[in-house]
Design a protein around this ligand. Sequence first.
Ligand code: 4AD
Length: 450
Amino acid sequence: MRRTEIVKILRNPTGYSDHAVTVCGWVRTLRSSGKIAFLALHDGSAFGSLQVVLAQDELPDFAVAAALNVGAAVCVTGTVIPTPGAAQSAELRATSLAVEGASDETYPLQKKRHTLEYLRTLPHLRGRTNTLQAVFRVRAAASGALHQFFRDAGFFYVHTPIIATGDAEGAGEQFAVTAGEGSGDFFGVPAYLTVSGQLEGEAMAMALGKIYTFGPTFRAEDSHTARHAAEFWMLEPEMAFADLEDDMDLAEAMLKSVIKEVLAVCPDELAFLQQFYDKALTARLQSVVDAPFARISYTEAIDLLTPHNARFAYPVEWGHDLQTEHERFLTEEIYHAPVFVTDYPADIKAFYMRRNDDGRTVAAVDCLVPGVGEIIGGSQREERLDRLESVMRTRGMNPADYARYLDLRRWGGCPHCGFGLGFERLVMYLTGIANIRDVLPYPRTAGSAV
Ligand code: 4AD
């Protein structure tokens, strides 16, 4: 099909001036007044639409065109007219129009603006709205920017299994995998959807040095919040011969690099999201690129938060995990910037984190950002075989179930670290969208799989 993508015309209107082109896309809006009609055509190549002018005396199919409905797919041939100073850099004066796929008045996206809640009931159609369009374009840009960052930094992208045979977090939040009702044990061992690629990622890091995984992750936690999904994407780097400081340096460089790239390639999307969802969006993203992240220990965080306990639904207390309200207070009210919180009490963190010399904390790190709270969780890993085995036993885990993980400490173990970035949490942060259901194309959350 010989067609010109709308983005090419909008970016170079003078280059296309007076050229005859064919553009294909979906009708976003249509206004007609007698002998002239205006159609906003969107083809996905640009965030914006192209205005198509339909004039009765220039277009033989005028009657067909004027009777189109929002949502229809059409191909329009016409002449490009640059429109300097107007909202769009060019318009198209139509000379012929072919309807590829009609639409009618039952099309559910007739109005200009719908609530996000309503749009969630239409996962197959909502990508055609400006809001979801902006989100999914930012999502794709962020995903590409992450791959680029790690490739440039010499990391290998490895693919860890989605069907797991152990519990990587030891938190018992797994979905079981079976081959169907009554089929017995397909794999010969119990199998689950992965909660993290970390344990396999550690093995790959002991071979390749620096790796990352990036894939779907599943958690059967019954959390009914705006930031938890049962299926989400997690990016997990792992580095050999590296400690917690290296881990934070990597996370900070990664976030800055992704934000810089999204600011550069998605200015129209961000401007739209800023106008309708988060007035401070681009200023906040820019400030993250420019300033160093704060770094404090969990114990320091408790000391900073304790004087404000009256404001919290759950007062902070050393030994208890930080709640979202505490995380947000630290990053939004105290630092006004992303914050790394390190060295959490061992009892509230996963078994694989390296025990600190104080005997009661581990080399863990969470990265908190304004508006979202935690987007990254990571740690230096316990590389000492005897320590790891003893933690497993005190937690009621059977070291034999983790024999391969322990082998990594038996043969050529070394200090190493990594983290997990919740990709949807990052997209929420980049877009100012407050609910995880609106940044996943087909959200699966406790009680709902649309
Ligand atoms: O802190 P988490 O549980 O860490 C891990 O899974 C480690 N194995 C990562 C590692 O060190 N390689 O999860 C990491 C991040 C969280 O900070 C959060 O952003 C995201 O994953 N996350 C979720 N995102 C959406 N829905 C959920 N249910 C999530 N659970 C975790």
